[in-house]
Design a protein around this ligand. Structure first.
Ligand code: NAD
Length: 360
């Protein structure tokens, strides 16, 4: 079936993998990549799909309600896959309002625009739900909305929300609005909450790419607190597969947890990364570990996140396709083979790409 789908944040880390998957897999869909190209958005991430006939890039800010309403009215999208966000916890601590603007108000603008075009022309008698046939609003979210776990237990889809950082509070708020639009207006939606992703195209402010870059350049590896924080890690390409499945087969008005069943204490992860990098760079065993530096803890730092992804496994048959060792190895190789990307991102030069590609 032919469909027009807008994917927001498609120039970012996860969005770039989702866009590539949809554009290359579904030639019958018209895929729109709506992205403001903030510091985290980089069109070099998806340079290989730019010439596909079913792909259109739209530079735009989801916080601009008029722009979003006009775009939705003009294009009459059938589906929204919403990934655009301010995504870095540390930045949310220094500038929480930026997170409210993009993550909460931006999501509201998309919800309002989708509701407007999908219910346009309905009469009071016909009921809003009738006009939602074939439509879907998919909100991509995080496991951080659930707060922190102790030494045991897993987040399930029914775990109460208890966000601790301005980032997770803004994502929790947007999740609630998506759900509320489903309950109040009948908007067809699905939400997924995923654990930490890693893989190619990851902006080097986040732990794994930052540390890969610092190991290459022999800079300190700053580990928060005692390094005992525990996170579940998922290879980004496996997340993209899960997003494809949830978009197409997820139950309407439902939520799916996505995770790698792959918990690591930060310090153990950093040591594994050092060991693998030493091997790949031909350095002495233990050389990169000497770069580890313990730094003052992040305020409100959640001790442990761990996700129960058994519902998506049972209902949609999804599970991670690679082990952490395999995914990490692929990731390191990607960064070592894409030095120019890393240099452009760390120097800010990637921001010139849009000017060159899209301006006459
Ligand atoms: P990212 O920071 O790499 O990319 C975000 C993208 O959104 C960028 O391309 C940026 O230009 C764009 N963007 C930001 N503000 C915008 C705005 N106002 N208007 C339009 N575009 C805007 O983020 P990511 O890590 O790829 O995360 C994508 C989504 O997945 C986010 O919603 C995030 O909360 C969620 N998520 C991320 C992870 C993770 O580990 N990275 C895990 C679970 C969920």
């Amino acid at each position: 079936m032919s469909k027009k789908i807008v994917i927001t944040g498609g120039a970012g880390f996860i969005g770039s993998h989702v866009i590539r998957r949809f554009v290359t897999r579904y030639s019958e869909y018209q895929i729109y990549n709506l992205d403001a190209l903030t510091y985290a958005g980089n069109l070099e991430n998806i340079a290989d799909i730019e010439s596909y006939p079913n792909y259109t890039f739209v530079k735009g800010d989801i916080t601009d309600a008029d722009f979003i309403n006009d775009l939705f009215l003009k294009e009459q999208f059938d589906g929204v896959i919403h990934l655009a966000a301010e995504s870095h916890v540390d930045r949310s601590i220094t500038d929480p309002l930026a997170f409210v603007k993009t993550n909460v108000i931006g999501t509201m603008n998309l919800l309002n625009a989708a509701k407007a075009i999908w219910t346009r022309g309905r009469t009071e008698q016909s009921g809003a739900k009738d006009n939602f046939e074939g439509k879907r609003f998919y909100h991509v979210s995080t496991d951080e909305v659930y707060g922190a776990l102790g030494a045991t237990g897993l987040f399930t889809e029914t775990t109460p929300y208890s966000p601790n950082s301005p980032y997770s509070a803004s994502k929790a708020s947007s999740d609630h609005f998506v759900r509320a639009y489903g309950e109040t207006y009948g908007l067809p939606y699905v939400i997924s909450n995923c654990s930490n992703n890693y893989g190619p195209n990851h902006f080097p402010e986040k732990l794994i790419p930052l540390f890969i870059n610092n190991i290459i350049t022999k800079k300190p590896l700053p580990v928060y607190g005692d390094g005992k924080y525990t996170r579940d890690w998922l290879y980004v390409l496996d997340h993209a597969v899960a997003i494809d499945l949830v978009f197409h087969e997820g139950k309407n008005h439902d939520t799916y947890n996505i995770g790698g069943f792959n918990e690591w204490q930060n310090i153990d992860l950093v040591k594994l990364l050092c060991q693998k990098m030493d091997e790949k760079l031909g350095r002495e065993p233990g050389e990169s570990e000497q770069l580890i530096t313990y730094v003052k803890d992040r305020p409100g730092h959640d001790l442990r996140y761990a996700i129960d992804a058994s519902k998506i496994n049972k209902e949609l048959g999804w599970k991670p396709s690679v082990t952490f060792e395999e995914g990490l190895s692929e990731t390191i190789d990607w960064y070592l083979n894409n030095e120019a990307w890393l240099q452009h991102v760390t120097s800010g030069a990637y921001q010139e790409y849009y000017e060159k590609q899209y301006k006459d």
